[in-house]
Design a protein around this ligand. Sequence first.
Ligand code: ZN
Length: 312
Amino acid sequence: MGRKIALGVAAWLLVGCAGAASDQGGAGAAMSLGTVAPQSVPASMQGVEARQLFGKIPEGSAQPAEPFGGYARGCIAGAVQLAETGPTWQAMRLSRNRNWGHPDTIDFVERLSRFAATQPGWEGLYVGDISQPRGGPMLSGHRSHQNGMDVDIWMLPPKRLDLTRSERESISSISLRRAGGAYTNDNWSRQHFEILRAAAKDPRMERIFIFPGAKVAMCDMETGDRSWLRKIRPWWGHHYHFHVRLNCPAGARHCEAQDPIPPGDGCAEAREWVRNILHPPPPDPDAPPPIPRRELRMTDLPGQCVSVLQSP
Ligand SMILES: [Zn+2]
């Protein structure tokens, strides 16, 4: 804790969670909690991309832990740092300084890693990005991961937990997909299924993003209670890591929930996604043009994010 690390603008690597539509974070609904009035943003923060401001700060704020706003439009006060190495985990890509999150998130990672360590061939978990020390938009990679409640977990089974700093920069995760994500490949294992199921069953779980072929594999493997399967959501990418999204903590009034998951186990929807990968439908001539992306500024974020940035 408290170790100052310059924020490396690490190139977005294969394990990143990027992509315009990745990690659907409820950004569209984010205005409901209100954003900052332009006149209440300090002059030094006006006209600047918020990612430039959040990307510079090396430590969490000296405030009680609280997420503000949504997963893709927010920030976090009082974030804590996941220890770089624990008994059953290692944080990867330390130069990014993205191993910060809400205490619930850190606790979740530690618990899940203890379960992972019970799986044959797994010493625990390799943990990818959580959030920046104060959350917020990032200089590279994700759209979400802004309020300390999202975590990327590597698909690579950890064989050792004594990786050096430089090994943690250079080692890559493994992909589990085949045929553009329609199917799993030979790296997929029962252990991945067990770890994902344990994660999905955690009462704090909001949803997990993974490529469609893995969701269908899990639908086929589960022979008992299927209720947890709805938390596993097919999405683009997410074959080098899976992305865990936790619910807003109890009492966090300014943390914005995502639209709820539809009822059911979601298996039919995942199978349809797979069919569309294998046999892409013709493009819809009436589809609206994509909305151009604009970098967020402080006036796009919840008002509390100004004080999160200003706090010691
Ligand atoms: Zn992610």
